[in-house]
Design a protein around this ligand. Structure first.
Ligand code: UD1
Length: 430
């Protein structure tokens, strides 16, 4: 088991390069198998979730060739199975994008039913409702979702709730259905747009991605393409909060500042200065940070994937803040860990009431999920003394070289795998 060990209290200063968006990449990898020609995907983040999904598509017969650390070639012409086992779904829920991709291409898919996860129960009823609206017969048997259609035909899909996953899954299937599909109340997240752009570059006919009505004219075949994934807005936002928490001055490069507007707006309210460039943002935290109110919402609202990071910084900002989580029901599990570092946070239902304290003090904490794990690292960077973050495999699901990028900004952080190494680090920094 690996840990991060951090000696906190050092302002982060310098430049950091952001990688490709994990959540866009997951859907794009699934979409790539819909072509029978070779698809080249660039700016792929080298993180665990991506490696698992690449393995899952290899398992069903797709040919996967790593060109370099961030580029992959995928060819879906030799797929010989439409069944994705629980082994993959249990590691990476987004393997369920293979339902939409396989159903669209082969009119048949069998994918293990994903369970809940660390942040909530996460139903997939809307995905299935969407497939049914395209004429598929969908049933659950022996833990597998079977989706099948004699003929997949375009349909009208109204999403009762804004869902990134359901929007993308229906988009995938509808791209190769006969006729026109309309998705209403669609998710507008940047990665939904990226997936639509990717599919269009393979010959799909999708209009309106990024608005709440997406129109898809199905096509018979999708062809080869070369595509570069958008920058990861959540990785970028995480570094923005790390800069704020440590009273630093960090320029976050290779981003689309528009995608970071909700995060930037909150940091400005909290007293940071934000400078926007064409493809970079600079965060300067030279003044004391102050409280604010936040509610997570679908894009362009404040992202739920940035909720633990802002809560962590508000806990060391002056005054009382309120953070309301409106997307997932179980996303405050890290608060107990922050309390062990000195935070004063009370969680009532989906709301956290935060009384800002002067500082964190280092402690041993455990990451309960991906983004909360990153938030605990932020707390450790700001804390006085040594923090050890356990269970960092969660963090590695979505952050490439996290500790290396932070170290380049001046942080004292190392990835270790034994108590002895923790002691060695402690001796070195004291
Ligand atoms: C995606 C992201 C995740 C992010 C989330 C919200 C990926 C791989 N993951 O997750 O990091 O936190 O968007 O921005 O891109 N819901 C239903 N029925 C459904 C589907 C969803 O009730 O069939 C509910 C969910 O429980 C949740 C809400 O809709 O309350 C939004 O979830 P959704 O946007 O689908 O999240 P994911 O796509 O799973």
């Amino acid at each position: 088991m690996e840990q991060y060990v951090i000696s906190g209290g050092i302002p982060l200063v310098g430049d950091v390069e952001i990688g490709g968006a994990k959540n866009a990449a997951l859907a794009i990898i699934a979409a790539s198998i819909m072509a029978d020609e070779t698809v080249v995907i660039e700016n792929l983040p080298d993180v665990r979730d991506i490696r698992v999904l690449l393995k899952a598509i290899e398992e069903i017969g797709a040919h996967v060739e790593r060109v370099d650390r961030h580029t992959v070639k995928i060819n879906g012409s030799l797929i010989d199975s439409v069944r994705v086992d629980y082994e993959f779904i249990s590691k990476i829920r987004a393997s369920y994008y293979l339902l939409g991709a396989l159903l669209g291409k082969y009119k048949k898919a069998e994918v293990a039913f994903p369970g809940g996860c660390e942040i909530g129960s996460r139903p997939i009823d809307l995905h299935l409702k969407g497939f049914k609206a395209l004429g598929a017969d969908v049933k659950l048997e022996y833990g597998l979702i079977h989706a099948q259609a004699e003929k997949l035909v375009g349909g009208h899909v109204y999403m009762d709730k804004v869902s990134v996953g359901a929007t993308i899954n229906v988009l995938l299937a509808a791209s190769m259905a006969e006729g026109k599909t309309i998705i209403e109340n669609a998710a507008k997240e940047p990665h939904v747009v990226d997936v639509a752009n990717f599919l269009n570059s393979m010959g799909a006919n999708i209009k309106g991605a990024g608005t709440d009505v997406i129109r898809i004219e199905g096509v018979e075949k999708l062809h080869k393409t070369e595509y570069s994934i958008i920058p990861d807005q959540i990785e970028a936002g995480t570094f923005m909060f790390a800069a704020a928490a440590t009273k630093g001055d960090v320029t976050i490069k290779n981003v689309i500042p528009k995608h970071l507007e909700a995060t930037s707006a909150k940091l400005i309210e909290m007293g940071c200065e934000i400078e926007e460039f064409d493809d970079a943002v600079r965060v300067v935290a030279s003044k004391p940070l102050r409280s604010t109110q936040v509610m997570t919402l679908a894009y362009p609202g404040y992202p739920t994937d940035m909720q633990p990071q802002i809560t962590t910084v508000l806990a060391i900002s002056e005054g009382t803040s309120i953070v309301t989580e409106s997307i997932f029901e179980n996303r405050f599990r890290y608060v107990d860990e922050l309390s062990r570092m000195g935070a004063s946070i009370k969680v009532e239902g989906n709301t956290a009431i935060i009384n800002g304290v002067e500082k964190y003090t280092g402690a041993r904490v455990a990451a309960p999920d991906l983004r909360a794990g990153a938030a605990l690292v932020i707390a450790g960077l700001a804390a006085e003394g040594i923090t050890v973050v356990d269970d960092i495999y969660y963090v590695e699901r979505g952050y490439e070289d996290f500790e290396k990028k932070l170290a380049l900004l001046g942080a004292k952080i190392e990835k270790v795998s034994s108590e002895k190494e923790i002691q060695k680090f402690t001796l070195k920094v004291s």
